[in-house]
Design a protein around this ligand. Structure first.
Ligand SMILES: Cc1cc2nc3c(=O)[nH]c(=O)nc-3n(C[C@H](O)[C@H](O)[C@H](O)COP(=O)(O)OP(=O)(O)OC[C@H]3O[C@@H](n4cnc5c(N)ncnc54)[C@H](O)[C@@H]3O)c2cc1C
Length: 457
């Protein structure tokens, strides 16, 4: 990076918002995925829209790639600066600008932390449902760019269902405003829709307008133990088919239960082959009815139901689920978390396939996830330095994806493509779609400077 450029950036943003030391830059050479590390040439933290535009213009003039980064919690290598360049971190653009109780929306800067927004709107009796497991640190910009889901996706949908408007800059520094504060809006292309799952490749968002909903009056949670994971999966399919929509319907297999219990000591049933964590919410009368119906379906499928009697027990259950990934991560040096997703009726087939693949390649896979959305997280525990095992792991991943597509599913329900799934893109979407995406990107970023080489583009 030219000294004169660094000086210009330091003058505009302040020295503490520009990182050039190798040790500092190293912290931005990777994200939460398991791939290779690549050092960026510089890391900057703009604090407002004007500074952001200044950085973009400077990089654009000098043809330096920009890799936008929120909290770096993505699981697909989406923020690794593969060809160097400038990592632009949004975490200093972190103000909640408006919470509108009359029109039920919030306006936030892109670097606002998801949990910070969720907690704030609760103070107004409102609800922002998308709750990725990483919500304590993930940013709204990252959630939009990955279309993050969460534990409540089954009933409340995912991030894309809440994005009403976005403000962003393209790589030429032009300001782009899409969507707005009205429930209906069809003036022009659906630009907020275009930014969903865009993985930092089409523009850099600095502001997002998000839909809010009334907070549900009450909720009831249960933990259901199974001596066969397939019974648990059949329960999920039957609940969905019975037209009940729990707010949450999560699955943990025996391996994951033990990993969480060993670390958290909260009394999970370590002998169970699987458990389901289920919550229904809404008006008290509806909650009571749905709860009874769900319980019956669980028992019919040989589930042993335990009801969370108070808020403390309920919180324990959800903490256990949210900690699944970090508890598994403690067990081996390399953790590979996949999120192949299938139509919900295919959950039992997918679960069987994952078990068979683990045994065929003699590797350890713990599975948990948003079973109600058909979104399982087969989590492979390995050590990348063990070349023989890692080769088997790579073959297992290929097969997991092939199976998911065979069952009518997708490579990624919520973690995005980034670098790690780029090579599989064509297998799912075909050449025509890839070319369409390429043309779209070249139309707004002709020099391919915005997060280049992601998604195979
Ligand atoms: C423990 C753990 C649990 C997780 N649980 C879930 C889960 O339940 N559901 C789920 O969906 N995901 C989950 N994830 C994945 C991850 O947290 C999400 O993808 C999240 O949305 C990423 O947010 P971030 O701020 O960390 O974004 P980053 O990782 O920093 O960036 C993600 C992508 O967004 C782009 N981007 C970021 N900000 C902007 C912006 N302002 N404008 C344009 N592009 C931008 C980046 O370039 C990158 O391509 C989990 C991750 C971890 C580590």
């Amino acid at each position: 990076m030219k000294k004169s450029l660094v000086k210009e950036l330091e003058k505009r943003l302040g020295k503490s918002s520009v990182l050039i030391d190798e040790g500092d830059r190293a912290l931005f050479s990777y994200d939460a995925a398991y791939g290779e590390k690549v050092l960026p040439d510089i890391v900057v933290f703009p604090e407002n829209k004007d500074d952001l535009q200044f950085v973009i213009n400077l990089m654009s003039e000098n043809e330096i790639p920009i890799i936008t980064r929120g909290a770096g919690t993505n699981l697909s290598g989406g923020t690794v600066p593969v060809s160097g360049g400038c990592v632009l971190v949004t975490t200093k653009m972190n103000r909640i600008l408006e919470i509108n109780e009359k029109d039920l929306y919030a306006v936030v800067e892109a670097g606002v932390v998801t949990k910070q927004l969720a907690d704030k709107v609760e103070e107004y009796g409102l609800f922002y449902p998308p709750d990725p497991g990483s919500m304590n640190i993930s940013t709204i910009g990252g959630n939009v760019a990955e279309n993050a889901g969460g534990l409540r996706g089954l009933k409340y949908g995912v991030t894309k269902d809440y994005v009403m408007g976005v403000k962003l800059f393209d790589m030429a520094g032009n300001e782009v405003i899409g969507g707005g504060k009205t429930v209906k809006l069809v003036t022009g292309f659906n630009i907020p829709g275009l930014m969903i799952s865009s993985e930092g490749m089409l523009g850099i968002m600095y502001e997002v307008i998000l839909k809010l909903v009334p907070k549900p009056a009450t909720s009831k949670s249960m933990l259901v133990e199974y001596s066969s994971v397939i019974d648990a999966c059949n329960t999920v399919s039957e609940i969905i088919a019975s037209k009940i929509l729990p707010s949450t319907l999560e699955l943990m297999d025996n391996f994951t239960i033990n990993a969480v219990e060993e670390s958290e000591k909260i009394g999970l049933p370590v002998k169970a082959d699987a458990l389901l964590l289920i919550e229904v919410d809404g008006h008290p009368a509806v909650v009571e009815d749905e709860f009874i119906m769900v319980k019956k379906i669980c028992e019919k499928n040989k589930g042993n139901v335990k009801v969370a009697d108070n808020n403390e027990e309920r919180d324990k259950l959800w903490t256990a689920r949210r900690k699944a990934l970090s508890c598994l991560a403690r067990l081996k040096p390399t953790l590979i978390l996949e999120d192949a997703t299938v139509p919900r009726s295919k959950i039992p087939d997918m679960m069987k396939a994952i078990k068979e693949i683990a045994s065929k390649y003699n590797i350890t896979i713990g599975t948990f996830g948003h079973a109600g959305d058909g979104n399982l997280h087969p989590t492979i525990l390995t050590d990348k330095r063990d070349e023989d095992e890692f080769r088997r792991v790579e073959k297992a991943i290929d097969e997991i994806f092939e199976k998911a597509l065979l069952f009518g599913g997708t490579l990624s329900g919520e973690h995005g493509v980034g670098l790690l799934k780029a090579k599989y893109m064509e297998m799912e979407v075909g050449k025509g779609t890839l070319n369409f995406m390429k043309n779209l990107k070249m139309g707004v970023d002709s020099k391919n400077l915005l997060n280049p080489h992601k998604m195979g583009l």
